[in-house]
Design a protein around this ligand. Sequence first.
Ligand code: ADP
Length: 589
Amino acid sequence: METQSARWKRFTGRSRPYVWMLRFMKPYGGILLLLVVCSLLMGLGELAIPKMIGIIIDRIIPANDLRSLNRLLLVLSAVIVVMLALTAGRNLLERRMKEYCSRDLQLLSFRQLRRLGYAYFENTPSGETLNLLRADVSAVQELYRHHIPNMQSRGMFIVLCIGLMLSLSIALTLVSLGAFLIYYFIGPALDRKTGLHRREASDRDNDYQKQIYDTVSAIAEVKAYGAERWVFQEIDRKYQAYSRQWLKMLAYLYRSESFRHFSHYVGAAILFIAGGFEIRHGRVMIGEFITFLLYYYSMMGFMQAFFGSVTEQRMMMVQVDRLHRFIHLEPEVRETASPVHLEGIRGEIAFEHVSFSYLDGTPVLRDFHLTVRPGERVAFVGESGSGKTTVLKLLNRFYDPQEGRILLDGVPIRSLSLQQLRESMGYVFQETYLFGSTIRDNILFGNPQAAEEEVMAAARHAAAHSFIEQLPDDYSTWIGERGVKLSGGQKQRISVARMLLKRPPIVLLDEATSSLDRENELEIVRSLKALQGATVMTVAHRLSTIRDYDRIVVMEQGSIVEIGSWDELMQRRGALYELWKGSDEYEAG
Ligand code: ADP
């Protein structure tokens, strides 16, 4: 048997994400209060109308009191006008509440996305993150707009309605609560089913959207492999699954609505019988009965809205949970609370007995030990998968090693702020991403304050200036969807220019010149000399380009097997010599 405290713990554990979501409303307590007051006034107005109708029927019509009738009709019109104004006010307040809370939630999500950093992105499909920020956030927004304010006002109305009904007739109130119970035992269950099917339908919709996203992203591959038929069959299959599920949901929704009407009518029929009985015995007047009937309808409406909100919120918990978990994810790499600040970075790097594995636990680096002097140029070579890129990723703190440490100018990089660490390095990736903007903006990204001449100088060094000049609007040419398309090599040159503009004391190149022809590659390698004094660490693709590096590190399965200058290693006739002999460049002479 579960003990009381265990049950309580389970309950608080489950409700924590919900309470967390509610906290977004805290800064807007004033709006919430206004919303409640607005709803309360509306409720009072709504409940005053049946009362007036009752008075007209029971007192004014029998007495033929035209003056009172006019006065009451005037009051009734005023009440209706005020209610219309209140409705507009409430709608506006609800929208505000939703906008403010969801803005805060979006901002927090983006901040978290930035905090999570590289490891998160490498391990989570972009489609999933986009869904979280788009679908899940907009689903929970309804909490602020509808459910919370509704539950508060509906809850108050229900109490008020029952009070007023009791004041008219205790017997009839008990009868109508019986009618509500008929609804209560079946209605919410149908609503829950509807909700489950709706969620299932929304998952199927996500699958479908993801498939479309994948297809559009990989359209070149799809076409090259002639896989259109297969891909479109997949899309069709996913759409069918979604539409089947949506129809199933609708079937439950309509069933639930029919049942709601049914329980209303049954309740009303029973009330008519009981009311007739009470009227005949003189315990209730006709007008009072009509007032009572109108209250009954209002109460049923409020009850259904209240329980509908409860059910919907239960359904929403999956999304609330997902967001809660996302916001509370701890980044792989954490910032130190009190970072050391280095004045002027010399660029000395030391890997001290570093061992590392990615999240799956397979060892990638084993006891990796290397010291790089300031201004030294070191190239990493070795079979694909030997861990060369990983060395650069660790130095940039995309991940932290499980064992050993990495020092920059004698200070462990964990003690530096991520900002200083990353500002000190220029990283040119294997695959270059260019923004859908102008060439100039894409280069300026490396140093937004740089002047036009500096941008051009960087482009010249990166062997990019001449091709940029030939573009329709040279540096103002748009790249990407509606702009020009660049070749892989041209993109790489822009990305090198970006790095050169940054002028970092440490340069990390990850096969950064692999898409270039030999001429351009050599030109870029020469241009790196413009970065006088920079420490350069290169993952090399072509061995011929690293001949004049100070040291070459040959890696095998996460360890260094050989280290030395090109000439030394060639003379030794070891691992580098074997790699060189096996390469196309050797064959080409
Ligand atoms: P190299 O640059 O020498 O080709 P990498 O450093 O890219 O090698 O990769 C070393 C090993 O780590 C490979 O076996 C690769 O499959 C694995 N690896 C790389 N990135 C990840 C990752 N994000 N998660 C899990 N394993 C990874």
